[in-house]
Design a binder for this molecule. Structure first.
Ligand SMILES: [Zn+2]
Length: 125
């Protein structure tokens, strides 16, 4: 497993994530499409948040099950806790997910252009 370093824009929020990032998720839900985030999901224990969570604010919307964590200072969202499965994921028999979605744009040194993009139809949830 590779250990990646990440941060928000201003550096108030820093994190480490242990993952083999071999693709990114490009979601078309109403918030992801505005943000332009590319996500990669990891298990709960793979993310180490190196910043007190009171440096962050949490945004909940819609079903109120997902939690988007933002830097209070610069407004960047380095990671989020996803809500329920998409319809197609549930149909494919995937287990419920209780880990994190990392905004890979906040990770240092990734070649985003080389990573395959999985299109996620979050807008159909
Ligand atoms: Zn910041």
């Amino acid at each position: 497993m590779a250990l990646h370093q990440g941060s928000c824009h201003c550096g108030a929020v820093r994190f480490e994530v242990e993952a083999e990032i071999d693709h990114v998720r490009e979601c078309d839900c109403s918030i992801c499409i505005r943000r332009g985030a590319l996500n990669f999901r990891v298990a709960r224990e793979a993310l180490r948040i190196l910043t007190p969570l009171d440096a962050m604010t949490v945004y909940r919307w819609g079903s109120m099950t997902a939690e988007d964590y933002f830097c209070r200072k610069c407004g960047i969202m380095p990671f989020r806790k996803p809500g329920g499965l998409t319809t197609s994921e549930r149909a494919a028999g995937l287990p419920e997910f209780d880990g994190w979605a990392i905004n890979v744009r906040c990770i240092e040194g990734l070649d985003l252009a080389s990573l395959p993009r999985a299109k996620i139809e979050g807008s159909r949830l």
